[in-house]
Design a protein around this ligand. Structure first.
Ligand SMILES: Cc1cc2nc3c(=O)[nH]c(=O)nc-3n(C[C@H](O)[C@H](O)[C@H](O)COP(=O)(O)O)c2cc1C
Length: 158
């Protein structure tokens, strides 16, 4: 098990619950603060495919209700559903607001089949940060061994 004494936070968004489930598994294993991204204009399952994909395509930064301060954290987990082969547009906002330089970063995505360019796109925006781990869960809601997979990944981080 990870016994790091680093201060850790996970920043995540979840529309249909799979990223949330992974976050819940992680929080059972390590001491970690949790920030759930709250869009000022919430997505529905339909608007995710219309507005969400549009915002994704144009690199928009939708407003969020959260006030995020990552300055106290050493290690930051970024957990996103894959939308149109990338992270959700709310992370454009986060990447714009926060300075990740010098931070340790763990990238997590959940998808229906392929993570596409999600991690490549994160890495382009995370210059100066140290990516220490990355994992994609395909259809995590239907995985009976999700807890074990999360446990194995977390234990590999230190
Ligand atoms: C708008 C939208 C676009 C999506 N695009 C992709 C995609 O490009 N590739 C993929 O494998 N899954 C895609 N999916 C499926 C989600 O990534 C997958 O269901 C994920 O587990 C959802 O996470 P959540 O339950 O935490 O919201 C998409 C889902 C939505 C709603």
């Amino acid at each position: 098990m990870s016994e790091t004494n680093k201060k850790q936070v996970i920043i995540y968004y979840s529309l249909t619950g799979s990223v949330k489930k992974v976050v819940s598994e992680i929080s059972k294993l390590i001491s970690i603060d949790i920030i759930e991204l709250k869009p000022q204009k919430p997505y529905s399952k339909i608007s995710a495919f219309t507005k969400g994909i549009f915002q994704n395509f144009f690199g928009n930064k939708p407003k969020i209700k959260n006030n995020i301060d990552i300055s106290v954290y050493d290690r930051i987990f970024l957990a996103t559903p894959v939308w149109a082969s990338s992270f959700v547009p709310l992370f454009n906002t986060v990447l714009n607001i926060c300075d990740f330089k010098g931070k340790e970063i763990v990238l997590i995505s959940c998808c229906g089949g392929s993570n596409g360019k999600t991690f490549d796109n994160f890495k382009k925006k995370l210059k100066g940060a140290k990516i220490i781990g990355e994992i994609t869960f395909i259809k995590p809601n239907s995985k009976s061994d999700l807890s074990e997979a999360v446990k194995y990944f977390i234990s590999s981080l230190d």
